[in-house]
Design a protein around this ligand. Structure first.
Ligand code: FAD
Length: 505
């Protein structure tokens, strides 16, 4: 028998990626005999329909659900992703790849880039990105799964994520959740009923008149935040002073050539453009700052640079970068766009749904909704958002670009203290510290700082104790192993097709 305070009815409002991720993971973890899960969504309102590039932790999410990877790849039209190529970010005409995974292995306990910095100062000409297996695989359009039975193999260091069709992913998770007892209700919520004293939400009233009651509500209603904001008025902290883009236009186009194993982000005059290659089409979007370009011009820039015929009408989206002051308030937890949005530059939003769910399970409430747990959820979530914000801001401030009003504006953006400290530390001696499990690793910070031209004045002096010629020979050896390993990898598109062919069902 369950405890009298135990949550018995969870109601999820919203059937976008966030809603169905919440429904599927809760249905997997919780006991369906004791807790009922209902998801309400409105086809009339629809979903945001974007969100197709992910980062490696999504593998853990799918694995936790027990999803068969080949079936998932087939159903969501997914391709593999090894990183993001940034074109025109550091300077016009420049490009680099922010890869997943590490740069080679540490040498004599020091991260390889310290030895590389020292060697470079002595005339060594090889680029740092030659020490990333993922960058080399991207350059050759290659992919292979990581080797799992030999930790010494260079291929044990393959790190990947997916690029998938957002609509197909939500449908895939919906099937999963419904098979595990989640009840889906189609309909539009018109009214929210709250307890007269506590303000806790008691039920959601549909336009049909039906009321859906619950103990715990998960707000996945998208930007509108119907429960967390429009009902509980928790407030939104605007980060557009740091992250200035506020609109996007998205349009899919026909596929042109083989799908590449990475997302491309091309900086434009007043923002940037994404290109996400899937099995059946390419996803594109232009994210921009409306202060510096009109919607019509932004749309024209996007349409003129598609590499295939558009397959749908362009869709415009408006947003304000920032976060909900309370992600968890009373008996409502916000996930996905209802919780905040920091722009899609590093594909972090779906990941934030995933970590929000992990945190929720670690702090799973009962009907008391103890404030100490609610506060812990909010503090930890804010920490995660702030560190991601810093990483995103880095892309805008670490640039030589001053060729348009937007990029000149970016040159004068305020830099959060926590980011300034990271940049200063790297500039001084190439040092990078990852704080309290923040999402982006030392290698990610290194890739973007190096890729966008932040130059360290020196390196960790510990590197000086090693023989320079010996270190250079070892660097050459590592670069050679990486080049040979990436050359030997299968072609990415062929590999995806093989996964689809091997899928069951
Ligand atoms: C331009 C852009 C690009 C992005 N790119 C990426 C990316 O590459 N990678 C990434 O990780 N993330 C990306 N994101 C974020 C990602 O799209 C979202 O995090 C993800 O799709 C989750 O959205 P959601 O489910 O919170 O909201 P939505 O998709 O908007 O879903 C909201 C749901 O709530 C329902 N709803 C709302 N109001 C009501 C009501 N009154 N009654 C009933 N139902 C209601 C709707 O019907 C819908 O089902 C991007 C976002 C934008 C804006």
């Amino acid at each position: 028998m369950s405890h009298p305070d135990a949550i018995q009815n969870i109601v999820i409002l919203g059937g976008g990626t966030a809603g169905w991720m919440a429904a599927s993971s809760l249905a997997h973890v919780l006991d369906a005999k004791q807790i009922s899960i209902t998801l309400i969504e409105s086809e009339q309102i629809g979903t945001v329909g974007v969100g197709e590039a992910t980062i490696p932790p999504i593998l853990l999410f799918n694995k936790m659900l027990g999803i068969d990877e080949n079936e998932f790849i087939r159903e969501t039209k997914a391709t593999f992703k090894l990183g993001i190529e940034f074109v025109n970010w550091g300077g016009l005409g420049e490009s680099y790849i922010h890869p997943f995974g590490d740069f080679a292995t540490d040498v004599e306990t020091l991260p390889v880039h310290h030895h590389w910095l020292r060697a470079k100062a002595a005339g060594y000409s090889r680029d740092l990105f030659d020490f990333s297996l993922m960058v080399q695989a991207c350059r050759g359009n290659k992919f292979v799964h990581p080797v799992t039975n030999n930790p010494r193999s260079v291929l044990a260091g393959v790190h990947y994520a997916y690029q998938f069709d957002a609509g197909h992913y939500a449908a895939f998770l919906r099937k999963y959740a419904e098979q595990r007892g989640v009840k889906r209700i189609e309909g539009r919520v018109d009214e929210v009923q709250q307890h007269s004293e506590s303000g806790f939400i008691e039920s959601l009233k549909l336009e049909s008149g039906e009321a859906i009651s619950g103990d715990f509500f998960i707000d996945c209603s998208g930007f509108r935040g119907l429960l967390i904001e429009q009902t509980l008025n928790t407030g939104y902290d605007d980060w557009s002073g740091w992250l200035p883009v506020d609109r996007a236009i998205a349009v899919p186009c026909e596929k042109s050539g083989p799908a590449i194993p990475y997302t491309r982000s091309t900086a434009r005059d007043a923002g940037w453009q994404w290109r996400i290659p899937l099995q059946h089409r390419t996803g594109n979007g232009h994210v921009y700052c409306s202060e510096f370009v009109s919607d019509d011009e932004a749309c024209e820039t996007l349409i003129n640079s598609l590499d295939g015929a558009a397959t749908a009408d362009p869709k415009q989206l408006r947003f304000k970068t920032g976060y909900r002051r309370k992600y968890f308030d009373k008996n409502v937890l916000a996930l996905g766009l209802a919780a905040g949005f920091m722009e899609p530059l590093e594909s972090t939003s779906i990941h934030l749904v995933q970590t929000g769910l992990a945190r929720l399970l670690a702090l799973f409430p009962d009907k008391q909704f103890r404030q100490v747990d609610v506060d812990a959820y909010n503090q930890r979530t804010l920490f995660e958002y702030e560190r991601i914000r810093d990483f995103l801001v880095l892309h805008y401030v670490a640039t030589k670009r001053d060729d348009t009003p937007f990029w000149r504006h970016c040159q004068n953006l305020p830099v959060p203290d926590t980011l300034q400290q990271k940049i200063d530390q790297f500039r001084s001696a190439g040092r990078i510290f990852r704080e309290s499990n923040e999402l982006f690793t030392e290698s990610s910070w290194l890739a973007v700082m190096h890729g966008q031209g932040v130059e360290p004045q020196s390196w960790n002096p510990v590197a000086n104790r090693f023989d320079g010629a010996d270190i250079t020979a070892r660097l050459e050896g590592m670069a050679d192993v990486i080049a040979r390993a990436s050359d030997a990898m299968p072609d990415h598109e062929a590999y995806v097709q093989k996964c689809v062919a091997e899928s069951h069902g």
